[in-house]
Design a protein around this ligand. Structure first.
Ligand SMILES: Cc1ncc(C[n+]2csc(CCOP(=O)(O)OP(=O)(O)O)c2C)c(N)n1
Length: 358
């Protein structure tokens, strides 16, 4: 028998865990201002995460999905995209969204159960958070098909967790994008866990990146804690897509340092030594070390940055807390043009017996 097809999965890392370049860095990384901007966004995400968790713990926010540990993946993807591209987020990729103009207040509003938080004032074409796992992939392939038909040089970027890639919707979307060479990038965020299911139990394949191969879509891995590496592979994938060369699957290897959501307690299923080891590879000190080695960062700048981020977060929390409270009936809106009878009845009852005002 002869071999008729073969594949290989590459792995990219441009800054190692100590912040040392593994080779020549790409053009954007020669710009200290740009790298500082990326670092700033990662710190903002980290600090915002802590604040949002505190708000939830004190009854001031609903269930929240943290992003701690995944900031480099999220910011790297956002920094590579163009404003006219369209993002299909899952529920924790705030770094990408903030980079694209979503506000901290909008994020808090959404996690308070108020859908108006998804009515982004900035990137109006971006899709809202979508909790059904895997749904982002076909949405993105469909949007990319529309770009193709309209002749627009835009790309659709779909996020999915490594757990989400077990869904049939992911394979269907990859197949469509591959068959039609659609301008789509599928970013698989492999953060080690799908709630309590470890990535090792999720697939029989060596990598999640190779899940695109059967659909004719090249895949690669990147160190998802290396923001420079993530941005570089993402820029290359977007350039390929824009040039009509088709989709790419990128598996970003990172780690969820937090609980799955504030409704989860990861200490019940996740080994403490694994978590401790993951903190040693986390993304923030890595970029900070590189910036410091280049003479672009020091403790004073770090303190100033943290003070500025804290002020920005406090202002966003005030904006969130002072927003008009949605009417009880709002939770029934945007679901059906003509609500089924059972839902209409619930709506009527909820409106008749509203919860007490806080
Ligand atoms: C279709 C569907 N099935 C199940 C769930 C429940 N659920 C919520 S998050 C989650 C795990 C997702 O893991 P992964 O895709 O790896 O993403 P992560 O949360 O780790 O970022 C599951 C099963 C869901 N939201 N949607």
């Amino acid at each position: 028998m002869k071999t008729v097809a073969q594949f290989a999965i590459g792995y990219e890392q441009l800054l190692d865990a100590g912040g040392r370049p593994t080779g020549e860095l790409p053009a954007f990384a020669q710009d200290a201002g740009e790298l500082t901007r990326m670092y700033r966004m990662m710190v903002l995400c980290r600090m915002f995460d802590a604040k949002a968790i505190n708000l939830q713990r004190t009854g001031q926010l609903g269930t929240y999905a943290p992003c701690t540990g995944q900031e480099a993946t999220h910011v790297g993807v956002g920094a590579a995209m163009r404003p006219e591209d369209v993002l299909f987020p899952v529920y924790r990729e705030y770094g990408t969204q903030l980079w694209r103009g979503v506000t901290l207040t909008e994020i808090l509003t959404y996690w308070a159960g108020d859908e108006t938080g998804t009515n982004f004032a900035g990137p109006r074409q971006d899709f809202p958070w979508c909790v059904p796992i895997g749904s982002q992939a076909p949405h993105a392939a469909g949007a990319a098909m529309a770009f193709r038909i309209r002749g627009e040089p835009r790309c659709a970027v779909a996020y999915i967790g490594e757990g989400g890639t077990s869904q049939g919707a992911f394979y269907e979307a990859v197949n469509l994008a591959g068959a039609r060479r659609l301008p789509t990038v599928f970013v698989i965020v492999n953060n080690g866990w799908a709630i309590s299911v470890p990535a090792s139990a999720q697939t029989g394949a060596e990598t999640f990146a190779q899940k695109g191969i059967a659909g004719g879509v090249p895949g690669m891995q990147v160190d998802g804690n290396d923001v420079i590496g993530v941005r570089a592979v993402m820029e290359a994938a977007l350039a390929r897509a824009r040039a009509g060369e088709g989709p790419t699957v990128i598996e970003a290897l990172t780690y969820r340092l937090s609980d799955h959501t504030t409704a989860d307690d990861a200490s019940r299923y996740r080994p403490a030594d694994e978590l401790a080891a993951a903190w040693q590879r986390e993304p923030l000190p890595r970029l900070r070390a590189y910036l410091a080695a280049q003479g672009h960062w020091d403790d004073t700048r770090e303190q100033q940055l943290r003070a500025a981020c804290a002020a920005e977060i406090d202002a966003a929390v005030k904006g969130y807390q002072s927003r008009p409270r949605p009417a009880v009936g709002a939770m029934f809106e945007h679901l059906f043009a003509h609500p089924p009878a059972a839902l209409a009845e619930q709506r009527e009852q909820a409106t008749r017996y509203p919860p007490p005002a806080h």
